[in-house]
Write a protein that binds this ligand. Sequence first.
Ligand SMILES: C[S@@+](CC[C@H](N)C(=O)[O-])C[C@H]1O[C@@H](n2cnc3c(N)ncnc32)[C@H](O)[C@@H]1O
Length: 261
Amino acid sequence: MKYCWSLPKNDPWSTPFAETLLNYLEICRGDQILDIASGSGIPAFYLAEQVGPKGSVLAIDINQRQVLKSRSTQGNHLPWLRFEVGDMRFLPADLPKFDRITGNLSFMFFRPNRFDALQNLVRFLKPSGQIVLTFPSMGTFDSLWKYVDKEMSAQGFVNERKALDEYINERPSASEVEKYLKILGLEKIIVGEQPLEVATGSGIEFLEHPLLRGGFLDDIYECFQDQGLANTFMDKIAEKVSHFTPLYAIRCAMSGWKPNE
Ligand SMILES: C[S@@+](CC[C@H](N)C(=O)[O-])C[C@H]1O[C@@H](n2cnc3c(N)ncnc32)[C@H](O)[C@@H]1O
């Protein structure tokens, strides 16, 4: 059989995380899969092709634009794959149960109570079903956070430093998710981490870096009440990238199986 829906080769972020997810995931043709935080369809398209027409993939994302974009990419292909708008933290109770639940780059968005959201999600797993989620775990871009903290300290930014510390400590860690999976009674738990280097130049290339800007650098700007001050501070940081590169994200994958009741 010829497969057409492989992971995009030129994607330096979603694809490496999805590769880690697929290393942990065991799927068979005919499986019914729920893919959460599906975004532009990584890895929903790939999974749909793997499970074939006797299986199904329900891919949900909170962002309607992403869902419409994925539907447009899909066209008439893989009709057993459906993209729907939904919040993975509050799935409707009448949703069926699935053989597999996947979520690439998802777990960090389980805020504000990650355990409750995970517990709710696991309810939609059939007995003997597997859940595999990936996320950038604690340790991601630590060299950057350390440098920013040092600079904030040197410039006397007390409140901003406190906000940064809170942000850093709020991020999910591998040990936290392992604990959650155990409390939820899942079996054959594996939580693994692998570094992923993210290359960047200095100046505007750093400040507008497609991976760093949304979700990572924005979090530093949010530590400042005064956005003018944040801009001046970050412009200086951007000139010093050699002080905190190479930058590493930590690719974390968590996998667990629901016991056969
Ligand atoms: C980093 S992207 C990952 C998308 C895709 N899985 C990938 O690997 O490229 C995260 C996605 O999670 C979605 N998202 C964030 N919070 C969500 C929520 N509460 N429920 C469903 N989707 C959510 C965002 O809209 C975004 O498309």
